[in-house]
Ligand binder design. Structure first.
Ligand SMILES: [Zn+2]
Length: 226
């Protein structure tokens, strides 16, 4: 009985780009605006912190509409078994959501179609005609807990915030990601999983490395049975 209660209250936080999605929204947007080289150049600029990169990339979307962002999102396939995995976790009683350094409109849409419980992301700013201004409201969080990530969304801070709201401990957390910006959340979660890791650094931070999202279901059923 106690185990059921604990399982019902555990949190699974997914990254979006490259994890739930088989692609990255910024590249889908870049291709629509013909600025892929600029996005790559910003992403690979070692003189900029993560949050500065997010801010610089968002400026490229000035003039787009919310529908442009949603259309770009719809051009990216879900990762294989993403929906089946989320459905199974929800059925097993987990609180499931997305912590992403992508954009609110996309994360909320994806969280909605996957019937997830929460979505945290950067907020795109619109003018009075519902056109993007190029500004970004970044949740940050690293400055409050001394996290070294310095990303626009400190995934560790926001995972800890969700846990606090639910009144549970970090020992009831699962983090799933694929990239360096997921590392601070993977380091802190009780169970850390990388899906198709994009770097050696992120590969080295996870307890489990998977190529099929559905492997999560068996990993968690084993882990919670112990
Ligand atoms: Zn962080």
């Amino acid at each position: 009985m106690d185990e059921c209660v604990e399982r019902r209250r555990a949190v699974v936080a997914f990254d979006m780009d490259g994890t739930l999605l088989n692609g990255r929204l910024v590249f889908a947007l870049a291709d629509r605006c013909n600025v892929r080289e600029q996005v790559i150049s910003i992403m690979s600029d070692t003189s900029m912190y993560g949050y500065e990169k997010s801010s610089a990339i968002a400026r490229l979307w000035k003039g787009l509409s919310k529908d442009d962002v949603l259309e770009a999102l719809s051009s990216i396939e879900l990762s294989n078994n993403a929906k089946e995995t989320v459905d199974a976790l929800k059925r097993d009683g987990y609180t499931v959501g997305i912590i992403s350094d992508s954009y609110d409109v996309a994360v909320e849409h994806l969280a909605s179609i996957l019937n997830m419980d929460f979505g945290i992301a950067n907020r795109l700013v619109y003018d009075s005609s519902a056109i993007l201004t190029g500004e970004l409201v970044m949740p940050l969080g690293w400055e409050r807990i001394g996290c070294r990530c310095m990303n626009s969304v400190c995934k560790r801070f926001h995972l800890e915030s969700i846990v606090n709201v639910l009144g549970i401990g970090m020992d009831r957390t699962v983090a799933v990601g694929d990239s360096d910006n997921d590392i601070c959340m993977l380091e802190q979660a009780s169970i850390s999983i990388t899906y198709k890791p994009k770097s050696l650094a992120v590969r080295g931070k996870a307890m489990y490395i998977i190529d099929d999202l559905y492997d999560l279901v068996s990993i968690l059923s084993t882990a919670t049975a112990e």
